[in-house]
Design a protein around this ligand. Structure first.
Ligand code: ZN
Length: 161
């Protein structure tokens, strides 16, 4: 079975930046995704097309095909009152927010000064070139329910109440 749209794919991978720092890693067969549903970054999804179980390969993915280019305009100062009053706000904290087009974005607190909080809507891996080492562990057909939901179910997939 070759990887194509509507397959559920299990991967082991190591992700490094260009300085050989490990950014992320999954080596216990617990990472799976639904191919063709934009569950993973486009560069990695494209590199996996046609691979079969047991294949291993390396791929370098430019930011444009990963988490985008760092954009200064995505950093902005917002009033402290936009955050829950009872919550301590510190640099490095992440919050869910809404982007200009209404899409969900994760913002990272960069700085807190008095009543002003500087937040950054860039993904932490924006402008980072990603180097993946990948092993394809398993490929199966998605179920009708998985296709309808656009994500994987099961022990390592999405859980519903
Ligand atoms: Zn679901």
């Amino acid at each position: 079975m070759q990887i194509t749209t509507n397959h559920v794919v299990t991967l082991n991978y190591t992700l490094k930046d260009n300085d050989d720092n490990i950014l992320d890693k999954s080596d216990d067969g617990s990472f799976c995704y639904l191919h063709g549903a934009s569950n993973i970054i486009p560069g990695l999804e494209n590199a996996l097309v046609g691979k079969v179980s047991g294949d291993s390969f390396s791929v370098t993915i430019q930011p444009e095909e990963a988490y985008g280019i760092h954009d200064e305009a995505k950093a902005q100062d917002v009033p402290r009152s936009m955050f829950p009053p009872e919550q301590e706000i510190e640099a490095g904290m992440q919050f869910n927010a809404q982007g200009p087009d209404g899409q969900a974005v994760v913002v990272t607190v960069k700085q807190v000064e008095g009543d002003t909080v500087t937040v950054d809507g860039n993904h932490p891996l924006a402008s980072v070139t990603l180097n993946f080492e990948v092993i394809v562990m398993d490929i199966r057909d998605a179920t009708a329910e998985e296709l309808e939901h656009g994500h994987v179910h099961g022990p390592h997939g999405h859980h519903h109440d």
